[in-house]
Design a protein around this ligand. Structure first.
Ligand SMILES: [Cu+2]
Length: 106
């Protein structure tokens, strides 16, 4: 059986996007709710050297209605900086697959 694959995302991988509060990761198959999660981490900020990885507060994670996308929603638009989503998903074969998705917000 195939494992869920990250097909695309908004903002796209390594892209610099206009200010947004929503990050969407689209996968190749339906994901199991609750077992499929993602965390948004701020990895850099303009003017700040050696920014530590900082988990963003106030971010909720849900699956899209078709079950194939993880949607992270921040209570407030993300400040300018660089970010990483650490994701872990479980598909039909029940194996846990993990990955990372990096982007920036200007
Ligand atoms: Cu598997």
């Amino acid at each position: 059986m195939a494992h869920p694959k990250l097909l695309s995302a908004t903002p796209a991988a390594n892209a610099t996007a206009p200010r947004t509060g929503t990050v969407r990761l689209m996968f190749s198959e339906r994901l199991m709710p609750r077992l499929s999660t993602a965390t948004l981490v701020m990895t850099g900020m303009p003017g700040t050297a050696d920014h530590p990885d900082m988990k963003m507060p106030g971010v909720s994670t849900t699956l899209s209605p078709d079950g194939k996308a993880i949607v992270l929603t921040s209570a407030t638009p993300l400040p300018a900086g660089s970010y990483r989503v650490d994701w872990a998903v479980v598909g039909a074969d029940t194996h846990r697959i993990t990955g990372k998705h990096a982007f920036s917000v200007r």
